[in-house]
Design a protein. Structure first.
Length: 311
C-alpha cells in the first residue's frame, strides 16, 4: 500500500517511480491483450484473468473515488467472492476485493458502496486490535484512523466475508515458530468465537511469509492464504497473490492494476531480493566484488614492484 495522502510530502523520486511503474504496466497490458487474443485463436487453455486487489483504508474524502473504482470493476470484470473461488477461468475477467487491517474507514465509507453496488468483499481483521489505534500503521494511516470495533465487525453484511490477519499484526517471519503458530491459530479461534461463523481465509501481515508459515496455516485449518505478491489467481492454489490498490490511484493506474498489468513487480522484487541475499552472503564469507578484487590485486602487485626497484 501507499501511505494516505497528507501523511508526508511526496518526493520527486516517488513521482518518477510511480510514472515509471505506470508506463511499464501499460506495456505489459498491451502484451497481455495480444497474448490473450492469440490464445483464443491457437490454444485451448486461456491465460488467467482473475485478480485479487487489496486495500487498507478509504478516508471519507476518497469515498467517491472508491465508488468510481468499483463501478469500473463492474464495467470491465465480474466481482468474485473469495469464499467461492471456482470457475474463474475462461474468457471473462474476474476481480476480487479485499481489505487488510479492518479499519473504521472501510466500515464507514467502503461497505456502503460495496453493498449498494452488490460487490462481495473480504476484510482481514486483527483479532486483538479491535477498537484500537493501529500502532503498526503510523506511517500509512491518518491520526484519526482506528480499527473497527467488535460490534462493527459483527454487524457486517453477509456479502462481506471475514478472514484473519493474526492477533497483533506482527511480522510472522520475525518471531519464533510457536509464537507464529499462536498468532495464526489463536486469531482464527477468537474471530470464530466472536462471529459465530467459520473463518477460513488468512492474510499475512506486511506480506511477510515463508513455507513454514504456509504449512502452519494449513495445519490451522485455513482454506486459503493471501500475500501481497502481485500475481494472477490460480483457483487451485492454497497461496493467493494480490495487487495493491488505493482509492487515490490514478484512473489509468487502477485500471491497469485490476487487469493484472502490475504483476511484473513481483519478478523484479524477487530478483532484487536474490541479489541482496547473494551480496549479504558474500560479505559474510569475506568475498569481494570482482572489480574490487582486481583493483586490490593490482595495488598489491604495484606495491611489490616499487619495493623491488628500491632494493
Amino acid at each position: 500500500m501507499s501511505e494516505t495522502p497528507g501523511i508526508r510530502k511526496v518526493s520527486l523520486m516517488r513521482w518518477v517511480l510511480r510514472i515509471s511503474n505506470l508506463i511499464i504496466s501499460l506495456m505489459v497490458c498491451v502484451f497481455d491483450d495480444a497474448w490473450f487474443q492469440l490464445s483464443r485463436l491457437f490454444r485451448g487453455n486461456l491465460p488467467c484473468r482473475c485478480i485479487v486487489l487489496y486495500y487498507h483504508s478509504v478516508p471519507k474524502e476518497y469515498a467517491e473515488r472508491f465508488e468510481e473504482q468499483m463501478r469500473l470493476v463492474l464495467k470491465l470484470a465480474a466481482p468474485l467472492d473469495l469464499r467461492y473461488l471456482k470457475g474463474c477461468s475462461g474468457k471473462k475477467r474476474f476481480v476480487a476485493i479485499t481489505f487488510d487491517d479492518s479499519m473504521e474507514s472501510f466500515y464507514n465509507n467502503a461497505v456502503p458502496v460495496l453493498v449498494r453496488l452488490k460487490i462481495p468483499a473480504t476484510v482481514f481483521a486483527v483479532a486483538d486490535a479491535l477498537g484500537t489505534r493501529p500502532g503498526w500503521g503510523d506511517h500509512y494511516y491518518l491520526p484519526t484512523e482506528r480499527v473497527m470495533s467488535a460490534t462493527q465487525l459483527q454487524s457486517l453484511p453477509d456479502a462481506i466475508s471475514i478472514g484473519s490477519h493474526t492477533l497483533t499484526h506482527v511480522s510472522l517471519v520475525t518471531v519464533e515458530p510457536e509464537m507464529a503458530r499462536g498468532e495464526i491459530t489463536g486469531s482464527r479461534q477468537r474471530l470464530e468465537n466472536l462471529l459465530q461463523r467459520s473463518v477460513t481465509l488468512f492474510s499475512f501481515p506486511h506480506g511477510h511469509f515463508n513455507e513454514a508459515l504456509v504449512h502452519q496455516c494449513r495445519e490451522a485449518g485455513y482454506e486459503r492464504v493471501f500475500t501481497t505478491e502481485p500475481r494472477c489467481v490460480n483457483e487451485t492454489n492454497f497461496v493467493i497473490g494480490r495487487v495493491s490498490a488505493d482509492p487515490w490511484d490514478w484512473p489509468l493506474e487502477f485500471r491497469l492494476k485490476m487487469m493484472g498489468a502490475y504483476r511484473w513487480r513481483r519478478s523484479v522484487r524477487a530478483a532484487l531480493n536474490r541479489m541482496l541475499h547473494y551480496l549479504a552472503l558474500g560479505q559474510a564469507l569475506g568475498w569481494e566484488p570482482g572489480f574490487g578484487k582486481m583493483e586490490s590485486q593490482k595495488a598489491e602487485k604495484d606495491s611489490v614492484d616499487v619495493h623491488a626497484g628500491l632494493r
